[in-house]
Structures are given as structure tokens and as C-alpha cells.
Write a protein that binds this ligand. Structure first.
Ligand code: FAD
Length: 530
């Protein structure tokens, strides 16, 4: 049967695109290779009775517009917003807590540094202002560099005015921060090493970069644009991230989309330079007016399309698109809540309810990256941890917990050995390092799941194991995402589009890539049928 549109992949962006296309009256068919929709947003059982968001833990956040358009709360999504954004563990003393409430955070910081306590509210309000000015960027289609249309210039003009409206001081800050190393930015604002490292960590989350790498402040600006804060939020979904994907799938099917799981696309069919359908690995062929790929750019261009359909210079650029993952996940089923040192017993549940940061100083983070640079995983990894069962009892039996550890740096390409033989060594390293902060941890572990970058590629379909479908560095953002000249969801093949995290504005559970792609594709399809 012929389809209007096929979407390859039911990641959260593919589902958002499917919703907007269906709402526009098209009949999208979403084909997902896994047995479950959601891509990196899934809840899986890691031990009988223990369910965990095995990959992404928190939303990026999703834009209010998407939550509203897809009526996510009516479709069953319950967002959980702990009062704590992040708790930074201290190997030598009291931990440090960044609350949602800036005043409360500043009050707590007085115990470590009067200057930091004074600067924190200004840090928050500065990024809130800059974020507000930049936020339209997230919903923009990057301009056509060679041939900008009137609409592109209009959008850029509006953005320029918003930036001018910031005033000189913030304008200069914005211009300086983009290319800056996040270690410098953090130390301009704060004196306490643990606070500097907590801020800097957001510049390197998921990246093949250390805090001294140029351009690592840019992710803080992007974060502020989507959330009004430089430090990422903690926003869980009741039932784990799989519950979000189910609601997105529900919204898309209610609007008229069809979703098929266990349906892996082997190739995109192209005739006379135009995509006209797909062939599944089962051999089934499905014709369509357009094909949209939620798979990452390298998978789409290097695996799903016959290379002879592309100009060799385009293929060279795709091969140079940087997408070497550095993240591993270690998910633990725990018989009880571990006791962390540096935390007073009375308030520990609240303080542990957001993200938990391990990476005491900038040098620690940089050394963790050094390992990846030289082809090994870090023996002292930077970790971003959540214990989602603290705020969502549906995930584990009473009194028991699920802990999900994002461990960095673990490069996709190892110099010594391979991920199959070194998986448990990585799991041991993570647990050993964390045991320095939570001494009784090992005795509480009922089950352990280690997900390496190779698993991210083989099981979850992320080429190079990259959690964001490719580096979020200045040379691969906005008009350069994924490639200069091809940042507007379209590709060199007519009728073939991208809608995933490899497009502007990039990775994170925001739905922005899917929504932007939907808007552009609807324009093209309407133009072509009129
Ligand atoms: C370990 C990890 C932790 C993360 N943590 C966070 C976090 O806490 N917060 C946050 O905001 N972001 C986080 N991220 C990033 C975020 O999850 C991703 O950027 C985002 O989910 C990407 O969504 P997507 O829909 O673009 O792509 P994906 O979620 O990757 O979906 C792509 C889909 O396409 C399917 N597919 C691929 N090839 C084919 C094919 N040939 N045929 C059919 N289907 C195919 C895949 O199976 C997959 O379902 C994390 C990601 C990972 C991997």
C-alpha cells in the first residue's frame, strides 16, 4: 500500500514529527526497528520488579508548545520535578546542592563561599535573560547559507533584535561565552572548585571534550535557551521515559499516524534522485511520497542510501561528521537506598532526588576526558546519577531502588581490547568509584546492567554510540547541523528528510528537532501537491 510519508524510527523526535504531519492531514507510517517505540526514551526492566529509564533519564525539557499540542498530560504523562536540580558529592566533606530555588541555593552556598553565594543569583538571572533572547533560535530553521530567503533574514533579524535588547553587558557575555572553554566560564563566576565542576559538567555532558576544550560553554547557552538555566533541569516522567514515548505514540496515532515496531528499514529506495519508499530487512517494500529519517545522519546517509546516489564530496563531509560516543550507562537494582558520605541523614532523601554529580573539580573532569582522548575509558569517571525510584515508587519494590549512572568518559573506540571483553571492567570501575562516596553500595546491588557505547550502537541504533546523534560542538550546530548547506532537514535526495537529534537544535529530549522538521516537511509537501 502506498503511503504519504514514511518515518524511519520511532524515537521521540520521530513521534513528534509523525504527530504534526498527521495533524496536517497526512498519513505517516512510522517504522521502528526495535520491539518498542521511544529510541533513547525507554523504560526497561533491569531485574524482576525493577524498571529503569535505561538511557535518557530526564527531559531536556520538552517545549511547552509540544506538551500542549500533543496534549501530553491528557495522554498520561505526569512530569516529576524534584526541588533539587543537582547535588554535587564531595569526597572531602559536605556535598553541595543546587536547588530549583536560587535563593535557597545561595543561602546554602554561604557555608562554602560568601562570594559564590553572592554571585549565584546573578549567574542564574544572567543565563535566564540570555536564554530568553536565544530561545526563538530553537524553533528556527537555520538559514540557507548560499541563498537566504526573506523569511530566513526576517527570523535572523528578530533574533538579532532580541540579542540587542539584552544590552551591552549581556551581549558581550553572549559573544564571549559561545567559543569559550567552560572551565574558564565557571571560574569567572565561582571560587569553589566543586561548584565550578558542577557548572562545567553541563558543557561536556555527552561530548568528546573536556572542560578546557574550546566551545564547551556553548551547551550552557543552548541549555539556557530551552530551560532558562545554564545547569540542566531534572524533570522525570512517572513510569520512566518509556511513559513519555507511549504518550507521544498515543498522540501521534490519535492524530492519524500508524506505528509499526519490529520493522527495520534496510534501505531507502531512490529513483531519479527522488526518495520513493523503503525496503525493510524482511524484504517488504513500501512506497511513499516522502521518507523522513529519525535515524542519525551517519546511519541515514552511509547505511540506508546507496552511496552512488550522493556526490562524493557530500559523502566525505558525512564521514567527517564527528559522532564518536563517550558515554556508558550503568543501571543498578538496589535492595535499599545507599548512605552517602557528606550528607546529613535527615535531608538526604530530598537532596538525592534530583541529579547527583560526581566530579569534584575541573582537573578531575579534564583527566576523565584525557583517558578517552588516548583511547581508554576513565578510571575516575565523571558521573551523572539519578535514583528515580525516590520520587516514583512505581519503578521498584517498596524500600528498594533503581540507580542509573551516566558514566563518562567511555569512548566508542578503545585502543586496548574491545567493549565485549571490557564491559564488566567498566561496570566494576563505576561501582568502585561510586563506593568511595557511598561506602555500603556494593552490598546493596541485586543486579547490574552495563550499557557500553557499542551497545548504544548495536541495540539502540546510535551510530558511533553517540547519545546526541553527533557532537554538539560549534562546528556541528545550527547552520552546520549536521552539515553546512544541509541544515534545513532536507538532504541531497529529493523527498528524503532528517528529523532526529542530528538536526538543529540537536540532542536532548526536547522534541524541538521533530517539531521543526514537521514544519519544514509540511511546507514542501503542500508546495509539491499544489
Ligand atoms: C545513554 C543516554 C543518556 C541520555 N540522557 C539524556 C538525558 O538525561 N536528558 C536528555 O535530555 N537527553 C539525554 N540523552 C539524549 C537524548 O535521549 C537524545 O538526544 C534523544 O532522545 C534523541 O532522540 P531522537 O528521536 O532524535 O533519536 P533516537 O531516540 O535515537 O531514536 C531514533 C530511532 O530510530 C530507530 N532506527 C534507527 N535506524 C532504524 C532503521 N534502519 N529502521 C527503523 N528504525 C530505525 C532507532 O531504533 C530509534 O528508535 C541521552 C541519550 C542516551 C543514549
Amino acid at each position: 500500500m502506498d503511503r504519504d510519508v514514511i518515518i524511519i524510527g520511532a524515537g521521540h523526535n520521530g513521534l513528534v514529527t509523525a504527530f504534526y504531519l498527521a495533524k496536517a492531514g497526512l498519513k505517516p507510517l512510522v517504522l521502528e526497528r526495535r520491539e518498542v517505540a521511544g529510541g533513547a526514551c525507554v523504560t526497561e526492566e533491569i531485574h524482576p520488579g525493577f524498571r529503569c529509564s535505561t538511557l535518557a533519564n530526564s527531559t531536556g525539557p520538552l517545549s511547552n508548545q509540544i506538551v500542549k499540542d500533543l496534549d501530553l498530560e491528557r495522554n498520561g504523562v505526569e512530569f516529576i520535578r524534584p526541588t533539587v536540580r543537582v547535588l554535587a558529592l564531595n569526597p572531602k566533606g559536605e556535598s553541595l546542592c543546587i536547588y530549583e530555588d536560587a535563593k535557597r541555593t545561595a543561602e546554602a552556598l554561604k557555608q562554602v563561599s560568601a562570594r559564590d553565594a553572592q554571585n549565584y543569583p546573578e549567574f542564574v538571572s544572567t543565563f535566564a535573560r540570555i536564554g530568553r533572547a536565544l530561545s526563538p533560535l530553537l524553533r528556527m530553521t537555520p538559514p540557507d547559507i548560499d541563498n537566504p530567503a526573506k523569511g530566513d533574514l526576517w527570523d535572523l533579524g528578530k533574533l538579532g533584535l532580541a540579542i540587542r535588547g539584552l544590552g551591552k553587558k549581556d551581549e558581550y557575555r553572549l559573544l564571549r561565552y559561545g567559543p569559550m572553554a567552560v572551565a574558564d566560564l565557571a571560574s569567572e563566576w565561582f571560587d569553589t572548585e566543586l561548584l565550578r565542576a558542577t557548572v562545567a559538567a553541563r558543557g561536556i555532558f555527552g561530548a568528546f571534550a573536556g572542560p578546557w576544550s574550546a566551545g564547551t560553554s556553548a551547551p550552557l547557552l543552548l541549555q539556557a535557551a530551552s530551560d532558562g538555566h545554564a545547569i540542566a533541569p531534572t524533570i522525570f516522567v512517572k513510569g520512566g521515559m518509556g511513559a513519555l514515548s507511549r504518550a507521544l505514540a498515543q498522540a501521534a496515532t490519535n492524530a492519524g499516524a500508524e506505528i509499526r515496531t519490529n520493522a527495520e528499514v534496510a534501505s531507502v529506495r531512490v529513483k531519479d534522485g527522488k526518495a520513493n519508499g523503503v525496503t525493510l530487512t524482511s524484504g517488504e517494500e513500501i512506497a511513499a511520497r516522502a521518507v523522513i529519517s529519525n535515524a542519525d545522519p551517519r546511519t541515514t546517509f552511509l547505511r540506508l542510501v546507496d552511496p552512488s546516489e550522493f556526490d562524493p564530496s557530500f559523502l566525505l563531509k558525512v564521514r567527517n561528521y564527528r559522532a564518536q560516543g563517550t558515554v556508558a550507562k550503568v543501571n543498578l537494582a538496589l535492595s535499599a537506598l545507599p548512605q552517602f558520605s557528606g550528607l546529613a541523614k535527615g535531608d538526604s532523601v530530598e537532596r538525592l532526588s534530583g541529579r547527583i554529580h560526581v566530579g569534584p573539580d575541573i582537573d578531575y573532569l579534564e583527566r576523565a576526558f584525557d583517558a578517552a582522548k588516548y583511547g581508554d575509558f576513565s578510571s575516575q569517571p565523571y558521573m551523572d546519577i539519578t535514583i528515580t525510584s525516590l520520587t516514583d515508587q512505581s519503578l521498584a519494590p517498596a524500600g528498594a531502588h533503581v540507580m542509573s549512572i551516566h558514566a563518562q568518559f567511555a569512548p566508542y573506540q578503545l585502543k586496548e581490547g574491545d567493549w565485549k571483553s571490557r564491559r564488566e571492567e567498566l561496570g566494576d570501575t563505576v561501582v568502585n568509584v561510586l563506593s568511595d562516596y557511598a561506602p555500603g553500595l556494593k552490598s546493596l546491588i541485586l543486579a547490574r546492567q552495563v550499557i557500553t557505547p557499542l551497545d548504544l550502537e548495536q541495540t539502540y541504533g546510535l551510530s558511533g554510540g553517540h547519545i546526541h546523534h553527533g557532537e554538539m560542538s560549534l562546528d556541528q550546530l545550527f547552520a552546520f547541523r549536521p552539515l553546512i548547506g544541509w541544515a534545513r532537514n532536507r538532504t541531497p535526495i529529493n523527498g528524503l528528510y532528517l528529523c532526529g537529534a542530528g538536526t538543529h537544535p540537536g540532542g536532548g529530549v526536547t522534541g524541538a528537532c521533530g517539531a521543526n522538521a514537521g514544519r519544514e516537511i509540511i511546507k514542501d509537501l503542500r508546495r509539491n501537491s499544489s
